[in-house]
Design a protein around this ligand. Structure first.
Ligand code: SF4
Length: 609
């Protein structure tokens, strides 16, 4: 016990007993002890001078951290809707059979745990899993069995990588079997560029001129909300604060999104240069990349890129050879929480706390990381900023249409011939995108991930743009054979799982929405259910505190508009005074247990006993 406490204290010392590094410390403790045991929580609380309850509360918030013992190797199988279409349930059954345990369990020898997890950013190569930090893609039941056998034999997840992926996935610091699947490179992000040129041009201007250039280019945030980037930078520059920060949101947790993973693999310099430009513009000398825990395998490679940029004078002190300028970047890992993609939750997490969203205002531009003015932008947005400074605002805004200037990276997955990443000009029609991806005959498309919009063929001529079909990047394709309501059920399960639980409309409302969808799927839907879903969905959307709850009913509300038959065709009228929603069998179950004998009753004119 004392040894454990000593080890925990040493870990805290290594991080300078800085409470904002709590997640890093917890990760290291977990790596040593298989979990973050109660003694370790005591030790961390004492070393950091924090109330114990705060430490425990933070650790219990994140899926990748555990207070309960887990196996030395944790297989986290991705259960998003695309993986389900690709047969993940059969893979799961094979894993259970071979490991001899169910999901949520650990083998008696504490070697292996099986867990489900939300989207790990590999929808174009599903079914996929994380084995500790190693990504394993394109699983089949046979490969899943082989994987368990191999892990039993050598216990090394990295040895599961039997082939290397393309591009930097094969880099010696990555060595992942992940594929980039870049199907359509574009002129802005996935293209050649002159490294350092954008930053050199920026520092030759005044910060105000840099902001003016970004505004002239009409750059809007690529995370989905589309807030004008130049305006955000201007607000942050104008805000009072001793220290300002640039935060890169690399927590693309929206199911079906993986384009930031490809950018970080192939164009990390473009992202980091954009952060340095933002730092110069707002008056910050420090930036953080909040990298989702699922992409931990990229961290050593990204750290190496940062070192090389420092050596080239593109980061660190004497930025671009100017002794008065400095800007540096640190990478911090998340630990598996979708809600941390919301900017205030990301800041909470970056500060080492639970990833709870905060009420706005104040906005991060006024009061962000450590209470100081902070710019939070998406990975792709920083890339665009670099190219704008390199090539000029008119060059950038020649691409796109209307208020949607430039290009957009799409992550296309599901029922299509060519899943992968496409960089398209804003304004392109969804139909053309689907044609390129080999999905012209799609029956339904979820644009913008579960929090986005479900559209049908009647919408395919709409454009990918902030004005029509806005998306942070996720485009999930479903063939005409797929059951729309089953897909909606998966999306709602995701939101119920990922809600942080702070506010009642989101915590309870989403559970009630899911229950009603499941009731309709079970053939017990009633006429009033559609109105119930609409009305409750509107309430959840209006009354929830953060973006998660404000968008979580979208799958239901948009599919009710586009595919009403998916609901109405399943509804049943009341017959002989019996409401279809009333489940006689379950209502009798408690009394059957008490009396110890089965009941004989009639349901749908069929006698049951
Ligand atoms: Fe948490 Fe949901 Fe409320 Fe956001 S809307 S604060 S995720 S409970």
């Amino acid at each position: 016990m004392n040894d454990q406490l000593a080890a925990v204290t040493a870990i805290c010392d290594h991080y300078g007993r800085d409470p904002t590094r709590l997640l890093d410390m917890a990760r290291e403790v977990q790596a040593q002890f298989g979990c973050v045991p109660q003694t370790a929580i005591d030790g961390m609380a004492a070393a950091l001078g924090m109330p114990r309850v705060e430490v425990e509360s933070a650790i219990s918030f994140y899926t990748f951290l555990s207070i309960e013992p887990r196996g030395q190797i944790v297989v986290r199988l991705c259960d998003d809707v695309i993986d389900r279409l690709a047969g993940v349930e059969r893979v799961a059954a094979a894993l259970e059979e071979e490991a001899g345990i169910g999901f949520g369990q650990t083998t008696p020898d504490c070697q292996l745990s099986l867990q489900w997890t939300s989207c790990i950013g590999m929808s174009d190569q599903a079914p996929a899993a994380l084995v500790n930090d190693t990504v394993v893609t394109e699983l089949t039941p046979g490969r899943a069995r082989d994987m368990v056998r191999a892990l039993r034999e050598h216990g090394d997840p990295q040895r599961l990588v039997h082939r290397l992926g393309d591009g930097n996935n094969a880099h010696s610091l990555v060595r992942a079997m992940v594929m980039n699947n870049i199907r359509r490179p574009g002129p802005v992000v996935l293209s050649d560029y002159k490294a350092g040129e954008g930053l050199r041009r920026a520092v030759a201007m005044s910060p105000v001129e840099v902001i003016r250039t970004v505004k002239a280019a009409r750059l809007r945030g690529r995370g989905g909300a589309g807030f004008p980037t130049g305006l955000k930078w201007e607000f942050t520059r104008a805000a009072a604060g001793e220290q300002k920060y640039v935060l890169c949101n690399a927590d693309e947790g929206e199911p079906g999104t993986f384009k930031d993973r490809v950018i970080l693999t192939e164009k990390p310099e473009l992202v980091f240069e954009g952060m340095a430009i933002a730092g110069y513009a707002i008056g910050a000398d420090k930036g953080y990349v909040y990298l989702r825990g699922e992409y931990a395998y990229l961290k050593p490679f990204l750290e190496d890129v940062l070192s090389r940029m420092r050596a080239a004078g593109l980061l660190g002190s004497e930025l671009c050879g100017r002794s008065c300028l400095s800007f540096d970047i640190e990478i911090r890992l998340g630990a598996g929480a979708y809600v941390c993609g919301e900017e205030t939750a990301l800041i909470s997490s970056l500060e080492g706390r639970r990833g709870d969203p905060m009420t706005r205002p104040p906005f991060p531009a006024q009061k962000g990381f450590l209470g100081q003015p902070s710019v939070v932008n998406n990975v792709e947005t920083f890339c665009c900023a670099t190219r704008i400074m390199e090539m000029g605002a008119p060059w950038f805004s020649q691409y796109g249409r209307g208020d949607s200037a430039g290009t957009k990276l799409l992550s296309i997955s599901g029922d299509c011939l060519a899943p992968g990443v496409y960089e398209v000009p804003f304004g392109i029609s969804l139909r053309e995108v689907l044609r390129e991806a080999g999905a012209e005959d799609a029956g339904a498309v979820q644009v913008g991930g579960p929090s986005g919009r479900m559209v049908g063929p009647q919408h395919f001529d709409q454009s990918i743009s902030f004005e029509e079909l806005a998306t942070g990047g996720s485009v999930m394709v479903f063939s005409r054979e797929r059951d729309v309501l089953e897909i909606i059920r998966q999306f709602m399960r995701f939101f119920v799982h990922e809600s942080c639980g702070y506010c009642t409309p989101c915590r309870v409302g989403n559970t009630l929405l899911l229950e009603r969808v499941e009731r309709i799927l079970a053939g017990r839907g009633e006429e009033g259910d559609v109105n119930y879903l609409r009305s409750l969905g509107d309430s959840v959307r209006t009354l929830s505190r953060c973006g998660l709850g404000q968008t979580s009913p979208n799958p239901i509300l948009t599919s009710l508009e586009t595919f009403p038959d998916a609901y109405t065709s399943r509804l049943r009228p009341a017959t002989d005074g019996q409401r279809p929603a009333f489940d006689l069998a379950s209502a009798l179950r408690a009394s059957e247990i008490i009396t110890g004998r089965p009941s004989t009753h009639f349901s749908d004119q069929e006698p049951r006993s």
